[in-house]
Design a protein around this ligand. Sequence first.
Ligand SMILES: NC(=O)c1ccc[n+]([C@@H]2O[C@H](COP(=O)([O-])OP(=O)(O)OC[C@H]3O[C@@H](n4cnc5c(N)ncnc54)[C@H](OP(=O)(O)O)[C@@H]3O)[C@@H](O)[C@H]2O)c1
Length: 248
Amino acid sequence: MKIAWITGAGSGIGEACAIGLAQDGYTVVLSGRREAPLADVAGRITAAGGTAHIRPADLTRAAEVQAIADFIQSEFGRIDLLVNNAGLNITQRAWADLTPAGVDELVGGNLSSAFYCSIAVLPMMRAQGGGLLLHTASMAGRFVSPLSGAGYTATKHGVVAMSHSINMEECGHGIRSTVMCPGEVSTPILDKRPNKLSAEQRAEMVQPEDCAALVRFVAGMPPHVCINEVLITPTRNRAYLAAMERKL
Ligand SMILES: NC(=O)c1ccc[n+]([C@@H]2O[C@H](COP(=O)([O-])OP(=O)(O)OC[C@H]3O[C@@H](n4cnc5c(N)ncnc54)[C@H](OP(=O)(O)O)[C@@H]3O)[C@@H](O)[C@H]2O)c1
């Protein structure tokens, strides 16, 4: 039995990963704060013949994260894959609008939560001699631009650094860490953008299922191969097109 824990599994990229990984034979554990979307995703997986467990939690609370890892340990005795994907952005993201509360929300929801989930699964992976952690960072975790805001950009840079440091310290235990850096993906997180997006703009973006296909590919690589970092962006990249238009 292969066990995957997917965070942010009730919507967007996490939802698509949960459905795809269940199709690949993983028993999936789904987390997010809201129970209803998790139950909806789990219901669809079960109806298609898969196995899903829901564990709602606020991942900014370390004790709630540890309780999910304890459930996985006691129920299955192992974990093969953590899709460390939950994250958020805020609308008031420009320096002119940024508040300490907004910074706390971003650091807690994007960086501390990702650390807590990694800390919670690593002992199981060390004991079993392997495992894969796959973190959803962002292109904003690689490159600095004003679009995503300073707090989001800084926390996602932290996620990239976190993932590489796991490989450095844990590869001797057979543990692999991958950081996925998507450009624009058409998911509910984009509803927080200060400027609203049209249906046409969303249709040209990477879709959640495209990210899930990448996650499934990485998870399917043999244990002696580590995919350290992947960028996945829309072909018609709006940032590039805008720069070309300005003839920069
Ligand atoms: N869409 C893009 O363009 C894009 C680009 C680059 C990176 N990303 C990253 O991709 C990841 C997934 O986002 P998405 O695009 O799929 O958007 P999304 O649909 O908004 O998904 C984010 C998920 O994270 C969960 N979540 C947020 N805070 C949480 C918390 N404190 N505890 C538990 N769960 C929490 C949310 O569920 P609840 O609200 O129920 O908790 C939600 O299901 C995020 O890390 C995001 O930063 C997205």
